[in-house]
Design a protein around this ligand. Structure first.
Ligand SMILES: Nc1nc2c(c(=O)[nH]1)N[C@H]1C(S)=C(S)[C@@H](COP(=O)(O)OP(=O)(O)OC[C@H]3O[C@@H](n4cnc5c(=O)[nH]c(N)nc54)[C@H](O)[C@@H]3O)O[C@H]1N2
Ligand SMILES: Nc1nc2c(c(=O)[nH]1)N[C@H]1C(S)=C(S)[C@@H](COP(=O)(O)OP(=O)(O)OC[C@H]3O[C@@H](n4cnc5c(=O)[nH]c(N)nc54)[C@H](O)[C@@H]3O)O[C@H]1N2
Ligand code: SF4
Ligand SMILES: [Mo]
Length: 718
């Protein structure tokens, strides 16, 4: 048993705030923030309350097996035997791809790596993808295309403190990463968000600018900004000439995106657009630092990759990427959202951010794994396509879920829930009975963050140590132990799937060597000695790479590539009409994390945000007979969800906002449109057509006593 204070990181978002855990206290450990470059001693309320999930009363403590319709306790041996037999049956009937794997961006690097290897080697299936596909995949695709390499932020977060202007697109940082505001409070902010989010309000209070487009029209806004930058001569021509290619085509493509056209499509005033472009242009011309940052608001669209490409083109035209004190970055979301996309749990990837269809990559990784490259499967389906195919004639009949709760978080969740329920075998490894675990045939109880060792890679590409502060409750296993137990039952040699995180990490480093995301110099010893190491770090003497692209981009010719084409169709995939006249967008609130599986188990967080709400302009609400605090049904073409009305006169009258953290018939994803981006395959979480209806009488056992908290105060705790 460890009983000393242990330095580790918050289990939730990609900021990975530094914390110190001291064993003892009501929740088994007591948390305190520590000085770390991303949080500078701050912590949001999710970080403060994270220990309570360690001791949640309904924590899973024993494997469960469905018998006679109910989940009942069984031994580990029995549970793992049932899983291995079910895998064997499915594959005997329908081939290797009859088993699928769904991973998560919250898994440590070691788990993500081992899960990808387990799928390709122990299962031999191509059918693996993960929830990161729902997250920053559009930015990853656009970044790879433009720069030859995707690392969300190619610079340390602390560089933002020197900026003069920051363009923040589709990110509500004040609620999603409050301590990050400490890095933004000296810059002038230009926020693009259909809502006056907490972040937009914060920016306005400090003299910043807020542009509020209709959801799903950011591509037009980005092309319009680029048009103005070029037309007004704000372009950094020396940079464009020396460091980029493809500018002439882009200049031609954006020539027709004059601000008045953008205004007609997006609702962002032509003059406001011109002023925003001038702020960016003048700051860079005057030698000030300028950053363009993107969040999920612009990325989770069927046009997500094109939109981020246009934002990157804007940054390139201004001469920002790779220029000290300026740049473009994507604000990666999940705790290991960055590492989770590098080690091979994505359907088209192998470790080291390699491509699974690249013969040299297959050869290298197969060599590390001790298998024949010809035996490695090819690329599989993307996350939504995988879920959509479950239990269909050509899709998987069995699915293993590690680190995701798609019954709540996947788009078109009603349909996804049906597909999950139709499987011959659904296996969920989790530490709480998530809504997806409730559908499972076998539930495997695993350890949590403060009970295990590993590494995470934060939004800056900085590799961090997750450390064990307390022993797990009796009878639990780590995800790595679960995979080891299954692999042996599937006929793999035990040494190929070691349960020891250090051994897995060492192998991960070797597998990543020579790849884009090269970890081979980032030993656990160096991390434990306190070195802050950013990948790529190709060797023990290498200092790591806090800032990418300062000399050259990662394409063979060293140049960044402009990528925008002309687009005739820039709006959301689903149009509004008389029946569904409004546009719904979805996102987050401060108090809950993702599907809410963890944060809804904190009494403090649940009290702060107990139920789903729909944020709406008072006139829009009144037009259908709804008042503040009444319950509404939000209806889309795919389903309906229930939410309490919150009127807000800063909302666009054509747009409503619903958080996606709530389960059952309060799921925002009962509405969302699974239209996919053609490149990144991200679903359009941020725009679907809906109408509002009043709900009479009590719904769902909710009293309409207005007892929920309405507060949206700004929070950056010490
Ligand atoms: N509290 C909290 N923090 C979190 C998380 C959480 O669940 N809760 N999750 C973490 C993860 S995984 C992620 S990915 C990040 C996400 O962090 P963010 O990207 O900041 O989060 P979202 O709330 O999804 O979306 C941000 C904003 O996009 C706006 N938006 C909606 N539609 C559009 C649109 O069409 N265009 C534009 N320009 N904006 C639009 C929304 O109004 C919202 O204010 O947060 C991380 N941090
Ligand atoms: N409408 C709408 N839907 C969205 C979004 C949106 O903006 N709008 N955002 C999307 C985004 S950006 C994301 S990232 C996804 C996230 O959505 P999910 O993938 O559902 O994410 P979580 O709720 O974090 O689910 C993680 C689950 O795994 C468990 N877990 C956590 N850590 C571990 C671990 O180490 N091992 C194991 N075995 N289990 C673990 C948790 O208890 C929880 O049940 O949601 C997407 N869905
Ligand atoms: S911002 Fe909040 S949720 Fe994110 S790492 Fe920090 S404390 Fe955790
Ligand atoms: Mo995310």
């Amino acid at each position: 048993m460890v009983d000393m204070p242990v330095d580790t990181h918050c289990p939730y978002c990609a900021l990975q705030c530094g914390t110190t855990l001291t064993p003892g206290g009501p929740d088994r450990v007591t948390v305190a923030p520590r000085q770390f470059p991303t949080n500078r001693g701050g912590l949001c309320r999710k970080g403060w309350t994270a220990p309570s999930v360690l001791s949640t009363p309904d924590r899973l403590t024993t494997p469960l097996l469905r018998r006679d319709g109910a989940l009942r306790p069984v031994s580990w041996d029995r549970a793992l035997d049932v899983v291995a037999d079910g895998i064997g049956d499915a594959q005997a009937q329908a081939g290797r791809d009859a088993v699928g794997v769904f991973g998560g961006g919250g898994l440590t690097n070691e788990k993500a790596y081992q899960l990808g290897k387990f799928a390709r080697v122990a299962l031999g299936t191509s059918q693996i993808d993960y929830n990161g596909r729902f997250c920053m995949s559009s930015a990853a695709a656009a970044g790879s295309r433009a720069f030859g390499l995707d690392r969300g932020m190619p610079f340390p977060l602390s560089d933002l403190a020197g900026a003069e202007v920051v363009l923040l697109t589709g990110a509500n940082t004040a609620e999603t990463m409050p301590p990050m505001l400490k890095h933004l409070d000296t810059a002038q902010l230009v926020v693009i968000d259909p809502r006056r989010s907490l972040t937009a309000g914060w920016a306005l209070d400090r003299g910043g600018v807020h542009l509020a487009p209709e959801p799903g029209t950011d591509l037009a806004v980005a092309l319009g900004l680029l048009h103005v930058v070029i037309a007004e001569g704000w372009c950094d021509t020396a940079y464009v000439e020396a460091r980029t290619s493809g500018f002439d085509e882009v200049r031609r493509a954006v020539a027709s995106w004059w601000p008045e056209r953008v205004e007609r499509i997006s609702g962002v005033g032509a003059d406001a657009l011109r002023r925003a472009a001038a702020l960016l242009g003048a700051a860079h011309r005057g030698g000030g630092g300028v950053y363009v940052l993107s969040g999920r608001g612009v990325e989770q669209h069927a046009t997500g990759t094109a939109t981020v490409s246009a934002l990157i083109d804007l940054a390139l035209a201004l001469g920002l990427p790779g220029t000290p004190g300026s740049g473009y970055g994507c604000i990666t979301g999940q705790g290991n959202g960055q590492g989770g996309r590098e080690h091979g749990q994505k359907s088209d990837q192998l470790p080291g951010y390699r491509k699974i269809d690249d013969p040299a990559a297959r050869e290298h990784v197969a060599g590390v794994w001790g298998v024949d490259p010809a035996d490695l499967p090819g690329p599989g389906r993307s996350a939504y396509e995988l879920l959509d195919a479950l239990a269909t004639p050509s899709g998987p009949r069995a699915l293993l879920v590690f680190g995701s709760n798609p019954a709540v978080s996947a788009p078109h969740a009603g349909h996804v829930t049906e597909r999950l329920a139709a499987l011959d075998l659904l296996v969920v490894a989790d530490f709480v009975p998530s809504e997806t675990a409730e559908l499972a045939d076998v539930v495997l109880p695993v350890t949590q963050w403060a009970e295990e060792e590993g590494t995470m890679t934060n939004l800056e590409g900085r590799v961090l140590r997750r450390r064990r502060a307390v022993d797990p409750p009796e009878g639990l296993r780590t995800d790595l132990e679960v995979l080891a137990g299954l692999a042996v039952r599937l006929g793999q040699p035990a040494e190929r799937f070691p349960p020891d995180p250090q051994a897995v990490y060492d192998e991960l480093c070797a597998a990543s060597a020579g790849g884009l995301a090269d970890y081979s110099g980032i030993s656990r010893e160096r991390l434990d000695a306190g070195e802050a190491l950013f990948w790529p770090c190709p060797g023990p003497g290498h200092p790591g790479t806090p800032r990418l692209f300062t000399e050259r981009f990662a394409h063979a010719d060293g140049r960044a590539r402009f990528g925008s084409a002309d687009h005739d169709d820039v709006g959301p995939a689903e149009r509004s009409d008389a029946e569904y006249p409004l546009r719904a967008t979805t996102g987050r609130v401060l108090s809950h994390y993702q599907s809410g599986a963890q944060t809804r188990r904190s009494s403090e967080l649940l009290a702060a945000a107990p139920e789903a709400f729909v944020e709406v302009h008072p006139e829009t609400a009144a037009a259908v007979g709804l008042a503040d605090e009444t319950r509404a049904r939000v209806v889309a073409r795919r389903g309906a969800t229930l939410a309490t009305v919150r009127t807000d006169d800063s909302m666009r009258t054509d747009t409503v906002f619903i958080p996606f953290h709530f389960p059952g018939d309060e799921r925002a994803n009962l509405l969302t449109n699974p239209a996919l981006d053609p490149v990144s395959r991200i679903p359009e979480f941020k725009a679907c057509a809906v109408r509002l209806e009043p709900v009479s009488g009590p719904v769902n056992g909710h009293a309409s006593d207005g007892s929920h908290c309405h507060s949206r105060a700004l929070e950056v705790q010490p």
